[in-house]
Design a protein around this ligand. Structure first.
Ligand code: DX5
Ligand code: ZN
Length: 233
């Protein structure tokens, strides 16, 4: 069973970003970068210049999570800069279909994120426009928050919707179901059982003594949980 682990540099040492990225480069699948603008979320992180430097100096594909107002305006620039994936928030986008298409046209995978209070249903029809559906498991804005259990129901709904899309449209391009926020060794198995296959982890990786070992441990737990579900269903 394939899963993706994407460590979030929000929990890393921002004065040593290249080293912090290197620490997980052999074990992670992507590097998650939270771009926050103090408008869509009450926190301010990094923008395009830092992402451009990371693209040049980091081996992993960058998984850009845009916690910004007006992602329709900003998202294509991150794709053009060479990001592997660019995720926009449904709540912030005025034209999500156009923007997801623009991200793909610029050569990146396109992601659509839903904050905890946002239902999946209005966006189900758009899923074929995306390569990732991100179900936020905390309110976006900060690392180290407590995992919101109620979001697991939306992960289950999303898994059903994605599997149905594959059956109905015959889609064979991957559509990752990502979770972000409070994902750690005690919550990742439940996310995986609910159907997630892409996992962002900030503090669970970068607060650990050995970030690479933390990535391996998270991957093992996510894969084990899938194996148990497959065995029993
Ligand atoms: C929160 C961010 C997350 C954050 C997760 O708004 O989107 O990517 O880094 O941090 P942890 O894993 O510590 O909850
Ligand atoms: Zn994030």
């Amino acid at each position: 069973m394939t899963v993706r682990i994407s460590p979030s540099i929000l929990a890393a040492d921002f004065t040593r970003l290249a080293d912090e990225a290197d620490a997980v480069a052999n074990d992670a699948d992507m590097l998650h970068v939270d771009v926050m603008d103090n408008h869509f979320v009450p926190n301010l992180t990094v923008g395009l210049p830092v992402v451009e430097s990371l693209v040049k100096n980091v081996r992993l594909p960058l998984d850009i999570h845009l916690g910004v107002a007006d992602p329709d305006r900003w998202a294509p620039g991150y794709a053009e800069a060479g990001a592997g994936s660019v995720t926009i928030h449904a709540e912030a986008a005025n034209s999500p279909v156009r923007t997801l298409r623009a991200i793909r046209a610029a050569g990146a995978q396109a992601g659509l994120a839903l904050s905890p209070a946002t239902p999946l249903l209005p966006y189900e029809g758009l899923l074929d426009e995306a390569d990732t559906l991100l179900v936020m498991t905390v309110e976006p804005g900060f690392g180290s928050q407590k995992f919101l259990e109620f979001t697991l129901e939306k992960v289950r709904q999303a898994r059903e919707a994605i599997d149905a899309l594959r059956r109905v449209s015959g889609r064979d391009v991957p559509l990752w179901l990502q979770v972000d926020g409070g994902v750690n060794e005690s919550t990742i198995a439940r996310c995986s059982e609910a159907g997630a296959d892409s996992f962002v982890a900030g503090s669970a990786v970068y607060a650990a003594d050995d970030p690479a070992a933390a990535v391996r441990a998270l991957r093992a737990k996510a894969e084990d949980a899938k194996f148990v579900v497959a065995e029993t269903s």
